[in-house]
Design a protein around this ligand. Structure first.
Ligand code: COA
Length: 153
């Protein structure tokens, strides 16, 4: 199974990394796809988010990182991915994720979305909370990989 893991990653958190590591044990290959995400007005620019993701996952042999600004299902096809990987933190994620998975399955019949439940320690974590803590001078080292903390602190 080859999985595509799309997201904005503004920035990558330990929650995302946990999903990638677990996905990489289940799948032959995981492709982390960093969306341009203009609609979310990311704080870090696209290249910075891509470079951070690439640095963080470098030790994991079967994970690669790409940038994209189109349809997730088109990118999945381009890379031979047969599923989309997403993390679920809590019930609040469900409706949004069900909508994305449903639309992707219509756009690309047979495209499955594989959901992994976030580890309990990551269920309250989000990229926006991390950005907020960093902006107010708080310590984010418990929530993000070292490379991210070095850039945001
Ligand atoms: N642990 C911690 N946090 C997590 C997490 C986990 N396991 N999983 C998600 N999150 C958080 C993220 O930090 C992020 O927080 P934020 O909103 O505070 O920034 C939030 O949950 C969701 O972010 P992310 O997982 O990066 O996804 P996204 O919603 O930014 O990405 C795309 C959305 C890119 C997947 C979606 O816009 C997309 O598919 N775009 C392509 C266009 C397309 O194909 N459209 C048709 C499909 S409908």
């Amino acid at each position: 199974m080859i999985a595509l893991y799309p997201g904005t990653f503004d920035p990558m958190t330990n929650g995302h990394l946990d999903i990638i590591q677990r996905g990489a044990t289940l799948c032959t290959r995981v492709i982390v796809a960093v969306a341009k995400g203009t609609h979310k007005h990311p704080q870090l620019d696209w290249t910075a988010r891509f470079n951070l993701c690439r640095d963080v996952v470098a030790p994991i042999e079967n994970v690669q990182v790409v940038q994209f600004d189109g349809l997730t299902v088109a990118l999945a096809k381009q890379h031979g991915a047969n599923c989309i990987l997403r993390g679920l933190r809590h019930a609040g994620d469900f409706e949004y994720e069900a909508e994305l998975a449903g639309m992707n399955a219509v756009l690309s019949p047979g495209m499955e979305t594989l959901f992994l439940l976030a580890a309990p320690s990551h269920r309250s974590l989000s990229a926006s909370v991390v950005r907020d803590i960093a902006a107010k001078g708080g310590d984010i080292r418990a929530f993000v990989p070292k490379q991210v903390a070095d850039v945001l602190s």
